[in-house]
Design a protein around this ligand. Structure first.
Ligand code: NAD
Ligand code: GLY
Length: 349
């Protein structure tokens, strides 16, 4: 088993191994002295993995209840958060008990925020079941829900107590959801590692999946350890996201997935970078080729004005300035702070 220790203010371990889900209940029983927990999951994940986990934990002597969300981004909302608080209360969750987030980023973000705020903070474990969650959302402690004004606008930094990552769980993902996750994987490669980019270009992903997940976790761990609260280099993890989030918002979070929007966002930023001479010529073509290998879109019909206006609630905006992530060449990312006029010009040049 590969173990990664994340040295944040509340340090924790990430366990990565194919098949580790089978021993999840024993690992959890060893880790916590409490025997009272709530599993938070969604309908699809409950059907495929939740019942198994529940039965295994019951056999270990746990008293537990399961809170099941409807699938999808729309579930990451205040109403469900409120229902979850009541559910935790009725399940008699006390401060030494814990939550298990079993699912993708939607489940992890909502459960993690509930854990950050219920009783002023209880522990939670992440068992990520999507590629996005395994390489990104289950690590680093960003938890949040969406409000009408935008995505992830209410949340907290709250590191999990443990992450149990089993790449075998990804075998049941639809190819669209898997490719969505590849958008985040390619983001790591384009921003931090030319060698990961080459590995992804030259290999069949299924032959190298566990190794790739491990690589991405290491990139994220290194960034998060040095900037847990997202004031500096951690913003580089958002390459493609400012434009991507604007595209998602413009589309009311429908018809386009997060990974697809990020894919288009990365291409948009690199194309503009090439025009302005801050990105090496032809780098965007390399990126597009890799994104297309995973059926990710590289363009969408949206004006630069719509991207601009839908970027204004971005969390990387500070007053009149916004920080975007540029890439000078594959594997080398930089932060660029622009005032809003400069940002508009950047988008439109
Ligand atoms: P998701 O959680 O909505 O899952 C996508 C779909 O896959 C769902 O329908 C789910 O039921 C299904 N699914 C999950 N695991 C499955 C499995 N093993 N087999 C079959 N189906 C499965 O989407 P996601 O892409 O995992 O997460 C997106 C969310 O993550 C967004 O809300 C985004 O804002 C958030 N996010 C957060 C961070 C962070 O740092 N906290 C980072 C990236 C993304
Ligand atoms: N997903 C971006 C971050 O964790 O900072």
């Amino acid at each position: 088993m590969r173990k990664i220790f994340v040295k944040t203010n509340n340090p924790y371990e990430i366990m990565v191994q194919k098949g580790i889900f089978k021993s999840c209940s024993e690992i959890i029983a060893d880790f916590f002295s409490s025997r009272n927990t709530v599993i938070v999951t969604d309908e699809t994940v409950y059907r495929i993995y939740g019942k198994t986990l529940k039965n295994k934990l019951l056999r270990e002597g746990f008293k537990l209840n399961v809170f099941i969300l409807k699938d999808g981004e729309q579930s990451k909302n205040l109403d469900n958060l409120s229902l979850l608080y009541e559910f935790l209360s009725k399940s008699q969750i006390t401060r030494n008990d814990f939550i298990i987030a079993l699912g993708g980023g939607v489940v992890g973000d909502l459960a993690g925020f509930a854990a950050a705020s219920f009783l002023r903070g209880i522990s939670f474990i992440q068992i990520p079941t999507t590629l996005v969650a395994q390489v990104d959302s289950s690590i680093g402690g960003k938890t949040a829900i969406n409000i009408k004004s935008g995505k992830n606008l209410v949340g907290a930094f709250n590191q999990p107590s443990l992450v149990i990552c089993d790449p075998d769980l990804l075998s049941t993902l639809s190819s669209k959801t898997f490719c969505d996750g590849m958008g985040e994987v390619i983001k790591y490669a384009a921003s931090f590692s030319e060698s990961l980019f080459t590995k992804l270009s030259k290999n069949n992903i299924y032959d190298i999946l566990e190794e790739v997940i491990f690589d991405c976790i290491i990139y994220k761990k290194n960034i998060v350890e040095n900037d847990e609260r997202d004031f500096g280099n951690r913003m580089k993890l958002n390459f493609g996201h400012t434009v991507g989030h604007a595209i998602e918002k413009y589309n009311n979070y429908k018809n386009i997935t997060h990974g697809q929007a990020v894919s288009i966002g990365m291409v948009y930023i690199m194309q503009q970078g090439e025009k302005l001479g801050i990105t090496r010529k032809n780098e965007t073509e390399k990126l597009k080729k890799l994104l297309k290998k995973f059926n990710l879109p590289t363009t969408v019909d949206i004006s630069y004005e719509d991207i601009f206006y839908n970027s204004l609630s971005d969390k990387k905006r500070r007053g009149n300035n916004i920080t975007i992530v540029t890439v000078s060449e594959i594997g080398k990312s930089h932060l660029l702070t622009l005032n809003l006029d400069e940002y508009k010009n950047f988008l439109s040049c």
